[in-house]
Design a protein around this ligand. Structure first.
Ligand code: FAD
Length: 441
């Protein structure tokens, strides 16, 4: 192989993805500038007590819209061992005085701060620098990055752009049948911070993912009733044994004329609040690129969720997929990008990458999966990590970590909050439950 090529790379975003992307790019000999629009690194993990003026948060460009989606009490849903980077673990070191296996958000933020400093990435970050427009020059041999900082607007040219702007900010809110009849409160989990506003209320939580479970449980301590609506509850419908006032319902069928929320299984409640824990949509307002769309939350075309075939490797996306060991997937994406840019990882031809994307989409359709699940790695999340590891010559995911992740999913699904404090570090769990992949929306 010829000598690795060093490139100039702009990284959009200084969250976990942007930081580890910068580290990998620097390790590979590239010159890196990280643009971060807020005043600190850490992205999502910088808890923001504010919420959007619109409780549904539908317009990310609205004045006062916030980036963060964490609630005040949030603890990680994965054990520390699954939340570090190679060579810089969250395990075995305490960063903000919270040594728990499932630490609170401050611990993760302090970990990311330390990672930025100790890896040398911090010196490459521009804070208060919002990327406003990214466009290819020529066929994408170079990239124009227009950004706004304290000193005004500027434009710079880079060989490559790595997009790491996060994907847990812009709510995905399903349009419930009859929602126009709804006169109560509603909000998306993006804007949930504390349970107090739900005192004595009847709350319908839509969605049974990790946040839905956490939030429903927290609200149940003050609310009169909590009803969780999900397509994954068919075999568990009814009151949840371990709670006095929590019911699992099937999906919401409709909102009746009188405002009652009706569930598919035939029951109905008169609720005060609908709280959507229904995930997020991808949003790249700064990208000015041909042949690239976000359609029903399918970003693409993207080869292996990272490279648009037309512009690979000079344009890339790190951290797009969900439902995996997030930080590990992000790190693998980042290493692949760094090596593809230097020429040490070879990509297929544009046509072959495009064909692979089409094939992926065709298989999804054949399996009856909706477009919006394009970047959901379940159930093949581990195979995806194996595949990425192979691209960058890393050993495959250890069985122990795979077991640990699957065990964490099962724990979430039990809805019993004690799992975080009774976790057995061995990770392995011989109990095979079918539920392991299905309740995680
Ligand atoms: P972000 O952290 O969102 O960072 C993106 C950054 O880009 C932000 O700093 C933003 O300001 C910046 N940015 C955006 N647009 C621009 C622009 N135009 N110009 C410049 N900068 C820009 N993961 C786990 O591993 N374990 C967990 O327990 C876990 N729990 C979670 C709980 C919740 C409620 C949520 C929402 C997420 C959770 N995650 C968890 C996933 C989490 O998103 C990832 O861990 C990780 O933070 C993703 O990092 P990111 O860099 O992709 O995005």
């Amino acid at each position: 192989m010829s000598r690795p090529r060093a490139r100039t790379a702009a990284v959009v975003g200084g969250g976990a993805a942007g930081l580890v992307a910068a580290r990998e790019l620097l390790r590979e000999g590239h010159a890196v500038t990280v643009f971060e629009r807020s005043r600190r690194v850490g992205g999502t993990w910088a808890y923001d007590a504010r919420s959007d003026p619109d409780p549904l948060g539908l317009d990310p460009a609205a004045p006062g819209a916030v980036h963060g989606s964490l609630y005040a009490s949030l603890r990680t849903n994965l054990p520390r061992e699954l939340m570090g980077f190679s060579g810089f673990a969250l395990e075995g070191r305490v960063f903000a005085g919270d040594p728990r296996t499932f630490p609170g958000h401050r611990e993760v933020l302090a970990f990311l701060d330390a990672f930025a400093e100790e890896s040398g990435v911090a010196g490459h970050v521009r804070l208060g620098a919002e990327v406003r427009r990214v466009r290819p020059l020529g066929q994408g041999e170079r990239w124009s990055v227009e950004w706004r900082g304290d000193a005004g607007d500027a434009e710079e040219v880079f060989d490559a752009v790595v997009v790491c702007n996060g994907h847990c900010t812009v709510p995905l809110v399903p349009k419930l049948r009859g929602i126009d009849n709804w006169r109560g409160n509603h909000l998306h989990s993006h804007n949930y911070r504390t349970p107090e506003p739900f005192q004595d209320q009847i709350v319908v939580v839509v969605g049974l993912g990790a946040s839905g479970v956490d939030i429903a449980r927290e609200i149940s301590k003050v609310a009169k009733e909590v009803h969780i609506a999900s397509r994954y509850t068919q075999d568990r419908l009814g009151k949840v044994d371990i709670y006095q006032n929590v019911w699992l319902r099937s999906e919401v069928d409709c909102i009746q004329d009188d405002g009652q929320v009706c569930f598919m299984e035939g029951s109905a409640v008169t609720a005060d609040t609908i709280l959507y824990c229904t995930g997020y949509r991808y949003h790249f307002p700064f990208l000015d690129v041909d042949d690239f769309t976000v359609d029903d939350n399918r970003v693409g075309p993207l080869y292996k969720h990272v490279f648009p075939p037309k512009y690979a490797p000079s344009l890339s996306f790190v951290g797009l997929p969900s439902k995996s060991i997030v930080l590990q997937t992000i790190e693998m994406d980042a290493r692949w990008v760094a090596r593809a840019l230097s020429g040490r990882a070879e990509l297929p031809s544009e046509a072959d990458m495009a064909a692979a994307v089409q094939e992926h989409n065709r298989r999804m359709e054949a399996a009856g999966k909706p477009k919006r699940h394009t970047h959901v790695l379940m159930p093949g999340w581990a195979e995806h990590i194996y595949w990425l590891a192979a691209q960058v010559g890393e050993p495959p995911l250890e069985a122990r970590r795979r077991n640990m992740y699957e065990k964490a999913l099962r724990c979430i699904w039990t809805m019993d909050e004690r799992y975080r404090d009774t976790w057995d570090d061995e990770g392995g769990d011989e109990q095979e439950e079918e539920e392991e992949n299905k309740g995680i929306e």
